[in-house]
Write a protein that binds this ligand. Structure first.
Ligand code: FAD
Length: 445
């Protein structure tokens, strides 16, 4: 039997949507990419605007997609940020550092879209507002309703597709820290999603909640401007707190309550007054356009049920999700998942039966429980194992990840945790690769 070629809607044109479009086309499918913004890049398209609700709680707010702040430099070496056949070369907009600023990634993605002729597949400025199953000509299909904003060009419509690939990103819908008195506290509160530049915090006392990468980096960014920077988190392990400590930033346990007089009381009963609280507390998976009647939903940040984080068993392969698992190499993971989706849609690869996929999902949930991880960690991959990436490569008949990638990723993780604030400038990744016997990845073409 010949390959099946289908009409596919791809939602998003970031790192995931672009490679999904390329792989779908390579496999002979007709891809149409819907993109809310007027340029490719997703997260990497820096937007100076912030949302009207700085905590992102109001569902009716005008959504700003990107969570980029102006000073952001990548935290994954550029050697790990490219696609398998399209490395992140040192030639973009002139920032040839191993850990360049965010603009360089945007240039890389624009180059990728142009070099593979993907721009012609993209409907810019088209926000998808509804995706629903529809029976057309006696066949199960997908109705994709879209809206185009803006003056004379405003428009809306519905198109029908045989398959939908969701690539809308996972860093737009903020998750905030809750504590008694939070909603009535009189100071300014924002989520890191709406953090852009440090000068706004000049002479202010800022409390950052969280202990992840963004919390540390934003603390460092604000430190030269603010009167004082404090950090609170629910992390109780003193070793972890010590390891992630930014020099000059005062450390606290989590806030126990916020008083009406503005005082913030911590769990160890110490207290302080602050002008601003920045919630660096992560994001939620969010698919407001999916009307799935419970066949796939988000429950406590578990998107499910999903076979291997990609296919809802009862709708496979006609609905799929790219880019859900973490931590990983986003470009490479999206590429592997996209190849898998494209080949399953064409019939070149076959999925297990719906029942088998469902039992695999249940086994995965069981494993999460055994690891002692809460439900919201369903899509978390075990650090340093790379089993998922290699499982995908194996499905596709591709070799496992090169050893240098695995090792570089692990060393990078150690660096992220190190107290050396300048590691992105002092670590010569090419030199390290040569010393380790991995040769040099040519990024200078
Ligand atoms: P996105 O880049 O978010 O793209 C999603 C796309 O979907 C966008 O184009 C958006 O406009 C579109 N969209 C959303 N909803 C709709 C809709 N309803 N209709 C139409 N279009 C829609 N990764 C690294 O590799 N290295 C790093 O150093 C790194 N640092 C990061 C720092 C921060 C602060 C953040 C937030 C992320 C970072 N990442 C990093 C991860 C980053 O998210 C990935 O690199 C990558 O951008 C993910 O791509 P994506 O396509 O999945 O999502």
């Amino acid at each position: 039997m010949g390959k099946l070629h289908v009409k596919v809607a791809v939602i998003g044109a970031g790192m995931a949507g672009l490679v999904a479009a390329r792989e779908l086309r390579r496999e002979g499918h007709r891809a149409v990419v819907f993109k809310r913004a007027d340029d490719v890049g997703g997260t990497w398209l820096y937007d100076p605007r912030v949302e009207s609700d700085l905590l992102g709680l109001d569902p009716g707010r005008d959504v700003v997609h990107a969570s980029m702040y102006w000073s952001l430099r990548v935290n994954l070496a550029r050697q790990l940020m490219g696609y398998s056949d399209y490395p992140f070369l040192k030639k973009g907009c002139g920032d040839s550092r191993d850990f360049p600023g965010h603009e360089e990634v945007l240039w890389f993605l624009r180059g990728f879209a142009e070099d593979f002729g993907l721009v012609e597949l993209i409907r810019f400025g088209h926000e998808v507002v509804r995706v629903e199953r529809a029976v057309e000509g006696g066949r199960d299909q997908w109705a994709v309703e879209w809206r185009r904003r803006g003056g004379e060009e405003a428009a809306a419509g519905v198109d029908v597709f045989e398959a939908v690939v969701v690539c809308n990103g996972k860093y737009t819908q903020p998750k905030i820290a809750e504590f008694p008195g939070r909603s009535t506290w009189q100071g300014e509160q924002l989520h890191s999603h709406n953090y852009r530049v440090p000068k706004l915090y000049k002479n202010k006392i800022v409390l950052i909640i969280g202990r992840g990468i963004s919390a540390g980096e934003i603390a460092k960014d604000i430190l030269p401007f603010a009167r004082e920077v404090h950090q609170a988190s629910r992390e109780t392990n003193p070793q972890v707190v010590k390891l992630n400590k930014v020099s000059g930033v005062f450390q606290h346990p989590m806030i126990a309550c916020a008083k009406e007089n503005g005082k913030l009381v911590f769990q160890d009963e110490s207290s302080m007054y602050a002008d601003v609280i920045i919630h660096c507390t992560g994001y939620r998976y969010h698919y407001p356009f999916l009307k799935m009647e419970g066949l796939v939903c988000v429950d406590n940040n578990r998107v499910g049920p999903l076979y291997e984080h990609v296919f809802p068993p009862s709708l496979a392969p006609w609905l799929s999700f790219i880019g859900i698992p973490y931590p990983t190499f986003p470009a490479q993971l999206s590429e592997l998942q996209s190849k898998w989706v494209a080949k399953v849609l064409s019939g070149e690869l076959v999925l297990p039966s719906e029942e088998e996929m469902m039992s695999s999902v249940q086994e995965h949930y069981q494993r999460i429980e055994e690891l002692g991880w809460p439900k919201h960690c369903t899509h978390k991959l075990e650090i340093g194992k790379f089993e998922y990436e290699n499982w995908l490569a194996d499905r596709l008949g591709l070799p496992s990840l090169e050893q240098w990638r695995e090792k570089l990723a692990l060393i990078g993780l150690e660096m992220l945790k190190s107290s050396d604030g300048n590691w992105k400038d002092t670590w010569d990744v090419d030199k390290w690769m040569q010393e380790e016997g991995f040769g040099k990845q040519s990024l200078n073409r």
